[in-house]
Design a protein around this ligand. Structure first.
Ligand code: DGL
Length: 269
């Protein structure tokens, strides 16, 4: 019995790690589409097709519930996949909604009309494709009124992290925060809208300043998954746990081991 966790590459490991801590009895099958990462520079059709192929591969292995631990896939593919109809008994969930529910101080799954919230100036850091989709602003508008969002497309950061070049990743994060501050000098909150970015959370926080509340998805998604599984205990599926990649399994395993600081062994998808 395993829940599927999908990302274009290693970023979803931040969600997996939080989910394993939150649900220690639960098994997970992680899928990294490393051969096609990064997704954030691709167009929406391409992201949709790649995401659908990966999610079907997880379903074919007996997984019933797949978490898209990738904002870019959640922004570009999730709605289209859901509207296109899912196979009976299969579900796919994204990572935007738990984040926005936390930002707008809602209970998980609270679908009441939008209302005024405490935070008014929000910086969004995400991939170019996520920023272009405006999915974050759309989901936010369903839940809150009067929130000013300034988005910064963080080109290059995902590539640097996937290559393990954390010096370049840090330099890029600092320059993207500078660029954001030129547009919004005083954000109250910042959203790390890419699951790779928690690996650079300290750098974001340092560059933004201690007074800015940084929202990072991993723990929020883990909490909302725990809540979902309490309400849908039938979604545990029958697949085996493990790690799959479309890329070079040895290289991906080494990077994953470096990020999670425990031995992770990927198999070819
Ligand atoms: N972790 C993915 C996300 O949350 C990265 C996307 C990419 O591959 O560019 O958006």
């Amino acid at each position: 019995m395993a829940v599927g966790i999908f990302d274009s590459g290693l970023g979803g490991l931040t969600v997996l790690d939080a989910a394993q801590k939150r649900l220690p009895e639960m098994e997970f099958l992680y899928f990294a589409d490393s051969a096609h990462a990064p997704y954030g520079v691709r167009d929406a059709d391409d992201i949709h097709d790649l995401t659908q192929t990966a999610v079907r591969a997880l379903w074919d292995r007996g997984v019933d519930l797949v978490i898209l631990a990738c904002n870019t896939a959640s922004a570009a593919a999730l709605r289209r996949m859901q509207e296109g109809g899912l196979p009976p008994g299969k579900r796919v969930l994204g990572v935007f909604v738990p984040l926005i529910e936390a930002l707008t101080e809602r209970q998980w799954g609270d679908n009441s009309p939008p209302r005024e919230v405490a935070v008014q100036h929000v910086a969004l850091f995400a991939t170019p494709a996520t920023v272009a989709s405006r999915a974050f602003q759309r989901e936010l508008a369903f839940r809150a009124i009067g929130v000013d969002v300034e988005a910064q497309a963080c080109g290059g950061v995902v590539d640097a992290i996937e290559e393990g070049d954390m010096i370049l990743a840090e330099a890029l994060v600092r320059s993207h925060v500078d660029a954001l501050k030129r547009k919004m000098p005083d954000p109250q909150a910042a959203v790390l809208g890419c699951t790779h970015y928690p690996l650079m959370a300290d750098v974001f926080q340092d560059a933004l300043g201690a007074h800015v509340r940084v929202f990072s998805q991993a723990d929020l998604v883990a909490d909302s998954l725990a809540d979902y599984l309490t309400r849908h205990p039938d979604m545990l599926g029958s697949g085996d746990a493990g790690f799959l990649t479309t890329g070079n399994a040895r290289k991906v395993s080494d990077r994953a081991t470096q990020f999670l600081r425990r031995r992770i062994a990927f198999d070819p998808a």
